[in-house]
Write a protein that binds this ligand. Structure first.
Ligand code: FES
Length: 120
């Protein structure tokens, strides 16, 4: 598997270009349906887990820069707690007003129980 936005990959082999992926969180530390705010190279990102899939987006709402960390999320959507914009965690797409622009997604990769993020 592996698409270009917010995607994840799972394998038992070391990634070929591991140097581009940065450790973010242990797989076991994020329950199914959960999200976690993580700092990766001075950048705050949110890691979401749905089943065995992991997704990563910037902790930034594109409406007015609000944090999404305290927003409700369900399925593949997270809601900004400030004014209610929603984003697709797979693509970063803004799903409703007042946000129009997507938030940045980052590729995730799971290797040996660890979740790595490749910053976009
Ligand atoms: S800052 Fe997120 S909806 Fe306004």
């Amino acid at each position: 598997m592996g698409n270009s936005c917010g995607s994840y990959q799972r394998n038992n082999q070391r990634p070929k270009r591991m140097s581009e992926f940065i450790f973010a969180i242990n797989e076991a530390d994020l329950a199914d349906g959960g999200k976690s705010l993580v700092e990766v190279e001075d950048r705050l990102v949110l890691i979401f887990r749905i089943g065995e899939q992991f997704f990563c987006i910037d902790d930034v709402c594109t409406h007015d820069g609000g944090t999404l960390a305290d927003g409700n999320h369900e399925g593949y959507e997270v809601e900004c707690p400030r004014h209610g914009a929603r984003f697709d965690i797979r693509t970063g797409a803004a799903l409703c007003m007042p946000a129009f622009k997507p938030t940045q997604v980052h590729e995730c990769q799971v290797t040996e129980g660890k979740v790595f993020v490749k910053l976009s």
